[in-house]
Design a protein around this ligand. Structure first.
Ligand SMILES: Cc1ncc(COP(=O)(O)O)c(C=O)c1O
Length: 380
């Protein structure tokens, strides 16, 4: 089996699962309970918060545990918009954000009367800083730009964007770092980021875990109200075992990435050069991109058909983003990058984990070549 769908989700590390089971068995008490077992659970929760904060280079009381990237993005975006609307109702994002960001903005626009500017992207999927500068206003209260695009791997100029936003005192900067964390370095403080989302299952943690960085002094309206857990930002009894597992996965993957990312990048480059030699293949990922994503199209073949062919040969990959892959066959990101409709319709994403190396290239390329030859004949 060759699993090349790591941007959709990663396989949890065995150590992470072992931690989850151990904590579930031994620290089952509610961290809010005042007895000894509760205090021990609370101690462990705080330790995990500290570990996540250290790994991200921020303060422990700036980390809120969530159920994943979708919740984190909703909390950061809607929470910031609702809490700061007295300063203005203008928001900025880009046209190629993840649906959990785009749909949050659409809801704020359509139901809550906010004005949203959607920045376009160039043929590499990059947002223009000049464009952003032109659109920033004194009543802009939030800008949300993803670090790494989930479909093509484009890296946005987050540090430059942060510099621009810093000049506007009413404007908060949110970064969806779900695809970037452990793959592409990001200094949250240097980039003047106020809000940042990560998701555990993208770095060998568990589904249903995640975290949001909320810079000290930034006000959000909580989406969940109740028992005031998570520094009053997210009510609900904490998933202690999930959060400890998230901290462990972040540590293990960060450590691995230090040694492995160069190999992942070399693997991606090798794949790219092999794909370039196959006639009819169009590569959609820009040359300067995150090391783990490579998106390409075979314009005369339906992506789903090729993906099923790969599946029959034990290789697993995706069309575009996992959330949209069952709903739509056209990649909105590729259309926004001005790719032709037949390219956007046939896009396939290979997404590597930090554990991959060049060994995957040969079986993948051989299967692709065989698939193209067989399926093209069938379609003739
Ligand atoms: C860039 C990006 N943001 C947000 C999400 C949503 O994360 P989750 O699946 O943890 O809700 C994803 C998931 O694919 C993603 O790729």
């Amino acid at each position: 089996m060759l699993y090349l769908d790591n941007s959709a989700t990663t396989k949890p590390y065995k150590d992470v699962l072992a931690t989850f089971i151990k904590v579930t068995e031994e620290y089952f008490a509610n961290p809010s309970s005042i007895h000894k077992l509760g205090s021990e659970a609370e101690g462990l929760l705080n330790q995990s918060r500290k570990q996540v904060a250290n790994l991200l280079g921020v303060l422990p009381n700036e980390i809120i545990f969530t159920s994943g990237g979708t919740e984190g993005n909703n909390l950061a975006i809607k929470g910031a918009a609702f809490a700061n609307q007295h300063k203005g109702k203008h928001l900025i994002t880009s046209v190629i954000e993840h649906p959990s960001v785009l749909e949050s903005f659409k809801q704020l626009e359509k139901i809550h009367g906010f004005e949203v500017t959607y920045l376009s992207v160039d043929e590499n999927g990059t947002v223009s800083c000049e464009d952003l500068q032109k659109n920033l206003r004194n009543d802009t209260i939030l800008v949300s730009i993803m670090h790494v695009n989930n479909e093509v791997g484009t890296i946005q100029p987050i540090a430059e964007i942060g510099q621009l936003i810093k000049q506007f005192k009413n404007t908060l900067f949110h970064v969806d770092h779900v695809q970037g964390v452990t793959k592409v370095p990001l200094n949250i403080n240097d980039a003047h980021i106020d809000l940042c989302t990560i998701s555990g299952h993208k770095f060998h943690g568990l589904n249903g875990t995640g975290a949001v960085f909320i810079k000290t002094g930034v006000h959000l309206l909580p989406l969940f109200t109740g028992g005031s857990q998570e520094l009053e930002m997210r009510s609900g009894t904490e998933s202690l075992a999930g959060n400890v597992a998230l901290a462990k996965a972040l540590r293990l993957t960060t450590e691995k990435a230090e040694k492995q990312l160069k190999i992942v990048k070399e693997t991606q480059e090798k794949l790219r050069s092999e794909l370039m030699n196959i006639s009819g293949v169009v590569i959609n990922t820009p040359v300067f991109a995150a090391p783990h994503i490579l998106n390409f199209s075979v314009p005369n073949l339906k992506a789903e058909v090729l993906i099923h062919y790969f599946g029959e040969h034990g290789i697993y990959l995706s069309t575009t983003s996992a959330c949209s892959s069952r709903r739509s066959t056209v990649s909105h990101t590729l259309l926004e990058m001005k790719k032709k409709e037949e390219v956007a319709k046939s896009a396939i994403r290979v997404s590597l984990s930090v554990d991959h190396n060049e060994e995957i290239v040969e079986p993948f390329i051989t299967t692709l070549k065989n698939g193209i030859s067989k399926l093209t004949k069938v379609m003739r």
